[in-house]
Design a protein around this ligand. Structure first.
Ligand SMILES: [Zn+2]
Ligand SMILES: [Zn+2]
Length: 288
C-alpha cells in the first residue's frame, strides 16, 4: 500500500488530501486545499496563495490516476466545488448530504452534488458504506461529530485495508475528543493512522479539556492497537507550539515503537507551517 499525502497544513495550506494506492485500487481522499481566511487578523499572505496553487496542481494531477474520489464532509478544505471535472469517470463516495449534517453543510452538499453530478460513473453516500476491490477493502465510518459536539456537523472516517496494512484517515474530528471517535479507531485496527489533532490554536472555541481527552485517546490508541505510524497534521499544525502540546503523544510513540510525524515528514519533506507563521510572513513579531 502506497500512501501519499498531497497537501496538508504541514505543507503550508489547509488540507488532508491523500492518495492511497494498492495493487487493486487507487483512492483519493478529500481532494481540496484552502487557506485560513483570517489569522492574527491578517488575510492570507502571497506565499500561502502560491503554495495553495502548487498543492492544488498536485491534487489535480494525482486525481487522474485515482479510481475512487471521496469527500469526508463539506468544508472547503475537503471538497472543491470549483473543479467538478476531477470526478470524471470516477467512483465517488460522498458524505451523506441529507442525514447527520448541519444546515450549512447540507446546503453545500446539495450544491456540490449538483456541480459534479454528470461526471462520476458511480456516486454513493459514504456514511457507513463499504466496497471491495479485489483484495482491498474500502470502508467508511458512520457519520461522527466534527469535533466535541455536532455544531460543526459530521464527518466520515476512511479505512483502507490491503493484506496486513490498514490505513485510517480521520478527517476533521478535532482531536479525537469523543468516545465514539475512539471506539471506531480502536475497532478499525489501523497500522497507519492519519489524524487532524486538537484545535489548540483556538482555545476560546476549543476548551482545554478536549485537548486533554484527545491526547489521552491518542495515547490509548498507541498503547492498544497495532498502529506503527501516526501522522499528526491539519488542525494541530495551526499551532506554532504544537510539538510541545503533543509531547505526551511523542512520548507514547517512543514507548510503543510508533513513528509519530507530520504529513510533510511522512512524505520526506520539511515542515512548512505557513498559516501559523502568517504574522512572521508579513514581517511582524511572532504573536504569543
Ligand atoms: Zn471541517
Ligand atoms: Zn479540515
Amino acid at each position: 500500500m502506497k500512501i501519499t499525502p498531497l497537501a496538508a497544513d504541514s505543507f503550508g495550506a489547509r488540507s488532508m488530501a491523500t492518495i492511497v494506492e494498492t495493487p487493486d485500487v487507487s483512492v483519493l481522499i478529500d481532494p481540496s486545499v484552502r487557506l485560513g481566511p483570517f489569522r492574527y487578523d491578517l488575510r492570507p499572505h502571497p506565499t500561502e496563495k502560491a503554495r495553495q496553487k502548487e498543492l492544488w496542481q498536485a491534487i489535480r494531477t494525482a486525481s487522474k490516476d485515482a479510481d475512487v474520489l471521496t469527500v469526508s464532509h463539506y468544508h472547503y478544505d475537503h471538497h472543491n466545488p470549483d473543479v467538478p471535472s476531477i470526478f470524471r469517470g470516477k467512483i465517488a463516495f460522498l458524505k451523506d448530504g441529507k442525514f447527520h449534517i448541519n444546515r450549512s453543510q447540507r446546503q453545500r452538499a446539495g450544491a456540490f452534488v449538483r456541480a459534479i453530478k454528470k461526471y462520476p460513473k458511480e456516486m454513493q453516500a459514504a456514511d457507513g458504506n463499504q466496497m471491495d476491490f479485489g483484495g482491498t477493502e474500502l470502508l467508511f465510518s458512520p457519520a461522527l461529530p466534527h469535533g466535541y459536539d455536532d455544531q460543526l456537523g459530521y464527518v466520515v472516517m476512511t479505512r483502507i485495508a490491503h493484506g496486513d496494512e490498514v490505513f485510517v484517515h480521520t478527517a476533521d474530528v478535532l482531536g479525537p475528543p469523543l468516545k465514539e471517535h475512539l471506539s471506531f479507531l480502536i475497532d478499525a485496527q489501523p497500522t497507519i493512522l492519519y489524524v487532524d489533532g486538537p484545535m489548540t490554536h483556538m482555545p476560546d472555541n476549543y476548551p482545554e479539556e478536549h485537548t486533554k481527552r484527545s491526547l489521552s485517546h491518542l495515547q490509548r490508541i498507541l498503547r492498544t492497537t497495532n498502529v506503527r505510524t501516526l501522522i499528526l497534521d491539519h488542525h494541530i499544525l495551526r499551532d506554532r507550539g504544537w510539538r510541545a502540546r503533543m509531547e505526551p503523544v511523542f512520548q507514547a510513540g517512543k514507548e510503543h515503537d510508533v513513528a509519530v510525524l507530520t504529513a510533510a515528514e511522512f512524505a520526506g519533506q520539511p515542515i512548512s507551517q505557513l498559516e501559523a507563521n502568517r504574522d512572521v510572513l508579513y514581517g511582524f513579531e511572532p504573536r504569543p
